[in-house]
Design a protein around this ligand. Structure first.
Ligand SMILES: Cc1cc2nc3c(=O)[nH]c(=O)nc-3n(C[C@H](O)[C@H](O)[C@H](O)COP(=O)(O)OP(=O)(O)OC[C@H]3O[C@@H](n4cnc5c(N)ncnc54)[C@H](O)[C@@H]3O)c2cc1C
Length: 284
């Protein structure tokens, strides 16, 4: 069993000690051994800790360049100063990402170690041409056959004409739109010339394909008009539609969170409100 260990405050992070402690009896049950992978800088105490908590083998990568962090799934990146305890760190990367069960947006900083690393979900930023005479440098790849741990057996691409992230009008359906009502979302989008999108709950209920999910692990949209039908307004959804210029929400619950983000709201059952909107839009 291999435990990829986390290094914290000069020693092994508590969670790594916990994982090693769990791996030990599991490995014993299988008649195997426990290996600990430890990467970082100045690992002496972590090496001792790993042996204490049951590692038979320690794979140690001790290098100052490894002592850094990565903020994953960022929703924004900025260069700014940061002051702590009277010291100002000048012009470095602010990595903004949802935290604490996505209930808040946290700004992560990595002031003392390098590199500063962040990953970003697709659709969070807009692409904008900025042509340069780029210097092209080849990077030598030195892989042995055993290094290739993943083999691509097949590639299946789902083609869609939907470029959701650039659509000027988006009509999104949520769990409040049942299988019987989903056609109403599509019928509302048609006369508006809008793209149909969905919340995660609607995707998981099989109403829509995953490529049309808006939100933290879906697409970020920035339309002129976003219509949310039967969407509650969970933070993870809102994060993907916040750049919309005008938001219209339809929900039967007058206290639904989505209304806090809407410019216009319609309280009512989508089975009732959507047909009325469709008729109004279709009438000359
Ligand atoms: C790590 C993580 C990432 C996530 N990423 C995403 C993401 O990318 N996108 C996303 O959408 N979610 C995401 N979620 C899930 C998110 O937390 C919510 O669960 C989800 O957005 C809820 O979808 P919903 O609003 O459609 O459903 P619900 O929260 O179930 O809300 C349904 C709404 O419809 C209303 N309603 C019900 N019936 C009717 C009716 N007949 N007429 C009118 N209104 C009605 C209800 O009042 C309710 O407000 C993520 C969650 C996690 C933990």
């Amino acid at each position: 069993m291999l435990v990829v260990c986390e290094f914290a405050d000069g020693g092994l992070a508590a969670v790594s000690a916990e994982l090693l402690s769990r791996a030990r009896p599991l490995a014993d049950e299988l008649g195997g051994s426990v290996a600990a992978l430890i990467a970082g800088d100045g690992l002496d105490r972590a090496i001792e800790d790993a042996a204490t908590f049951g590692a038979d083998l320690e794979l140690v990568a001790d290098d100052p360049r490894l002592n850094t962090g990565l903020a994953a799934d960022c929703t924004d990146l900025e260069i700014a100063d940061w002051t702590r305890r009277g010291h100002t760190y000048k012009r470095f990367l602010h990595q903004v990402r949802p935290a604490m069960g996505s209930s808040v947006l946290a700004t992560c900083v990595c002031p003392e170690t390098r590199p500063q690393m962040a990953s970003v979900l697709p659709g969070v930023f807009s692409s904008a041409p900025a042509p340069r005479n780029a210097h092209v440098e080849s990077v030598a790849v030195d892989l042995l056959p055993d290094d290739l741990v993943v083999t691509v057996i097949d590639r299946e691409v789902q083609h869609s004409d939907t470029k959701l992230s650039d659509a000027p009008i988006v009509v999104a359906g949520g769990a409040g739109c049942s299988a019987d009502n989903w056609h109403l979302v599509e019928e509302l989008a048609a006369p508006l010339g809008g793209r149909v999108a969905a919340s995660r709950a609607a995707v998981e209920a099989g109403r829509s394909e995953r490529a049309l999910q808006v939100g933290q692990i879906g697409t970020t949209v920035k339309p002129d008009l976003y219509v949310a039908c039967g969407v509650s307004g969970a933070f993870q959804h809102v994060i993907g539609m916040r750049p919309a210029k005008t938001v219209v929400a339809m929900n039967r619950d007058p206290d639904a969170t989505i209304f806090q983000f809407a410019h216009y709201g319609v309280v009512g059952d989508v089975a009732d409100t959507l047909p009325r909107q469709i008729v109004a839009l279709r009438s000359p």
